[in-house]
Design a protein around this ligand. Structure first.
Ligand SMILES: [Ca+2]
Length: 457
């Protein structure tokens, strides 16, 4: 359970880190701040503000919105928010709150101006506040929000309408968000391909945090690139197709236009790749070292409601091979393997039609070589009849023999791999031995590799 929980810690963090503007409630003359159902993104240096005053009928009403922090605090005892009294995370202007009317308060957390001037807070147990729009522009332009019930979470769907992408955001029942659906049912290849044909980027995703359905999250590294979120090669948070939680993956943004999701990397032998089937299913290593499709730990505090959702989804955590299956299910991918020898010679091989079959076989599927450098024409991964052709083979490890040989290839050659009987190309073989090799690259002689990297886009 502890291992499974590691991936959950990124569950409700917002996806698009370039959108850092504070989001505040913005309404005029509402009877209570928490009744406000519209939001706006503040400008640089602005904070959320709420003002209580008396309208022309003598009623007490509230105005909410953004304000420059200087204006907001100028009537207080200090212009430093940190030095002011904090009530329910609201940075309170002590001077004005003691007055009956008017009252002005400011704060600097998303939606924090829902409570001010001693008004009631949101209910202690509640669902998230979600964007609620049908908008043929990026979902970030949505200004309407709704308050979800406890059994609901936020959802955002992108679909094509007359060539434009329509973003629909709303509260949605948890069970319609795939949280009750086992992984064998969601993520079918046929439906996902149909959707991807309609749009370069389409999403159908749920999340649990306040305002988390602002944007369609990137589903993989090529999506990060397409959405203009690339900051160069490195670790990115993505929400893979059909998954209910997000993960962090390593993206190569430099090779041949970038957008590659890296799922295997070896360069110094620091990680043992002779692992069990469960370990290959779960992923291992670290993204800043050697790894097999792992996700990073992130510190994150959860509310009780979020933990409840996490516990409900615990059976469907995906990393490793299962994550690889999810991420390659969206459409046909290109597989690229890069490698080098100790003498510095480098080469790469690319195959179209890359797709990993569902659990628990996880067959590798490729169509044909589409690009390469430093490779011979023999010992292709596909469309040959030799025993090294691993196309459509299931994944085997020393403790799970799914190969075609009468003995266990993984036990003999080491590493988890798509063995046939057995293989000539084994990028997960023992480091510093000739079992770590790729025959097209090193034929002849069959030489051990120094580095390898496997990725797709
Ligand atoms: Ca066998």
């Amino acid at each position: 359970m502890a291992v499974l929980m590691i991936c959950f810690v990124t569950f409700s963090i917002s996806y698009l880190t370039q959108v850092d503007a504070l989001v505040c409630l913005q309404c005029k003359s509402v009877l209570s701040p928490r009744m406000c159902k519209r939001v706006t993104e503040c400008g640089n240096g602005e904070v959320c503000k709420v003002q209580r005053h008396t309208n022309e009928f003598g009623e007490t009403v509230f105005d909410l919105g953004c304000s420059s922090s200087t204006v907001c605090y100028e009537t207080g005892t200090t212009n430093s928010c940190q030095k002011l009294l904090q009530i329910n995370n609201v940075c309170t202007n002590v001077t004005s709150v003691s007055q009956q009317n008017p009252c002005t308060q400011c704060c600097d957390i998303d939606l924090c101006n829902h409570v001010a001037c001693n008004e009631k807070d949101y209910p202690a147990t509640r669902g998230p506040i979600c964007y609620n729009c049908r908008n043929p522009t990026p979902a970030g332009k949505c200004h309407d929000v709704e308050f979800c019930d406890q059994d609901q979470i936020c959802k955002v769907v992108a679909s094509d309408v007359f060539g434009d992408t329509l973003y629909t955001s709303s509260c949605e029942l948890q069970h319609t968000c795939g949280l009750q659906i086992p992984p064998g049912i969601i993520g079918k290849r046929d439906s996902s391909e149909t959707r991807s044909i309609k749009s370069d980027h389409a999403c159908d995703t749920c999340c649990s945090g306040d305002l988390c359905n602002r944007n369609c999250p990137p589903v993989d590294c090529s999506d990060v690139l397409n959405l203009g979120l690339s900051r160069g090669s490195g670790v990115y948070r993505v929400k893979p197709w059909t998954m209910v939680h997000d993960v962090e993956v390593y993206c190569d943004m430099d090779t041949e236009g970038g957008g590659w999701t890296v799922f295997q990397k070896r360069w110094n032998g620091s990680e043992d790749f002779n692992r069990s089937f469960v370990e290959y299913e779960q992923g291992f290593g670290s993204l800043d070292g050697e790894f097999w499709m792992d996700c990073l730990n992130q510190d994150k505090q959860f509310t009780i409601m979020q933990w409840t959702i996490l516990l409900k989804t615990v059976l469907w955590v995906k990393k490793g091979l299962s994550l690889l299956h999810s991420m390659t299910s969206r459409r046909n991918m290109t597989l690229r393997v890069d490698m080098s020898l100790a003498n510095g010679t480098t080469g790469f091989d690319e195959y179209s039609g890359f797709y990993i079959s569902p659990p628990d076989q996880y067959n590798i599927n490729v169509d044909k070589r589409v690009n390469s450098s430093g490779m011979s024409d023999s010992y292709l991964l596909s469309n040959t009849v030799d025993p090294g052709d691993i196309n459509h083979q299931p994944f085997s490890t020393y403790d799970r023999d799914a190969d075609k040989w009468h003995l266990n290839c993984a036990e003999r050659q080491g590493g988890g791999w798509w063995f046939k009987s057995c293989t000539f190309s084994l990028l997960n073989g023992h480091y510093n031995t000739r079992s770590f090799t790729y025959f097209s690259f090193t034929d002849p002689p069959r030489e051990q590799l120094k580095t390898s990297r496997m990725m797709f886009r």
